[in-house]
Write a protein that binds this ligand. Structure first.
Ligand code: SF4
Length: 348
């Protein structure tokens, strides 16, 4: 099995993907390691998000906050605004907590071991393993969806996920080498992302084909098996889009706990089967004949949109002047509400 790791490293030496936070294998062999801050930032951003979507955000964060100390000193609202559109906003709040803990408890340098990284806020087993492996070349066992898929296929595991996770982790541990563990972790992920892909793996060009049990059995495309997910329910709500007569927009920062926590958005009702109306200001409302739809991990959301122009004083939220209103600082669900407003205005 160690030969398998070597085959994979040989492939990675030629085919490693180019990523801004990555040090290419030729440079790593000379002892160059990546900036742990850039690696950590990339790993947090990449959770539930594609590399293509992360590239621009990562570059923006590195320009705005070049070091973990810069990020730790940033205003919460600025970081949330820079994160807007990337989704899963708890990650941004945890990002700040972690940056501040690195500065307060570790002198501004990330700790190097898996266990020490795990003690930081917002760093779970996957991120601790990825950062210790990629940034510090520790032989940690890095297991994400790509790695699970590759392991299930290499060993022809038919037990469904998520119950098979512990077994796949054990199999991944058995392959993780002591030499070049950081490159190895990135190599498995690259193989899973480019060749051993979820549908239609291109086994014909795979460096592990000769050692792959699923390829031999003809089962690669059927693995990994997954326990069927429950049907995703739909929740409903009303988004209240209020303009003042001078053009200012009524926005509100959502509570830290809960969905879109800490993000700026339009005021809304609760999101449920039958939301209770909760207009933020006493005024006449118009209902658009269109709805904004957005899908979160566990439910679909359908927002009816009500609009009003008023100078009455709202009971919640605050007005943002038209010149200061930046729709790109809104989370995606709220951008969809804004897009419906713009489309309606165009048709009026
Ligand atoms: Fe994946 Fe096919 Fe390679 Fe096996 S041979 S690891 S199934 S790409």
């Amino acid at each position: 099995m160690r030969d398998l790791a070597q085959d994979l490293l040989n492939w990675y030496d030629v085919h490693a993907r180019d990523m801004p936070w990555r040090v290419p294998p030729a440079d790593r062999k000379t002892g160059v390691l990546p900036d742990p801050y850039a690696v950590w930032l990339s790993e947090v951003m990449l959770q539930q998000t594609t590399v293509a979507a992360v590239r621009g955000y990562h570059a923006k964060f590195i320009v705005l906050w070049p070091t973990v100390a810069d990020l730790a000193a940033a205003e919460d609202a600025d970081v949330m605004a820079a994160w807007a559109g990337l989704g899963y906003y708890a990650r941004a709040r945890n990002l700040l907590k972690c940056a501040r803990a690195v500065v307060a408890d570790h002198g501004g340098s990330f700790p190097q071991t898996n266990d020490a990284l795990l003690s930081l806020p917002g760093i779970g087993p996957y991120t601790a393993a990825a950062v210790s492996s990629i940034a510090f070349d520790q032989p940690s066992v890095v297991v994400d969806g790509n790695v699970e898929r590759v392991m299930a296929r290499l060993h022809d595991v038919h037990d469904p996920l998520p119950a098979s996770k512990p077994m796949l982790t054990l199999l991944a541990a058995g392959l993780t080498p002591q030499t070049r563990p950081g490159d190895y972790a990135q190599a498995v992920m690259d193989l899973g992302a480019t060749i051993c892909s979820p549908r239609n793996p291109t086994c014909a060009i795979c460096p592990l084909r000769a050692r792959c049990a699923a390829f031999a059995a003809g089962t690669a495309a059927d693995l990994p098996k997954k326990t069927p997910k429950k049907k995703v329910p739909t929740r409903y709500g009303i988004a209240y889009v209020v303009r003042r007569s001078d053009g200012a927009w009524l926005l509100e920062t959502r509570p830290d706990s809960g969905l879109l926590g800490g993000m700026l958005g339009f005021t809304t009702t609760d999101w449920s089967d039958s939301p209770n109306p909760a207009p933020p200001v006493d005024t006449e409302w118009q209902t658009l004949n269109t709805i904004a739809k957005h899908t979160f991990t566990h439910f679909h959301l359908e927002l009816t949109i009500q609009t009003a122009t008023t100078d009455n004083v709202p009971t919640r939220g605050h007005f943002v002047a038209q010149g200061d209103f930046d729709p790109t600082a809104l989370p995606t669900a709220m951008r969809k509400v804004y897009a419906q407003i713009k489309a309606t205005l165009r048709h009026d």
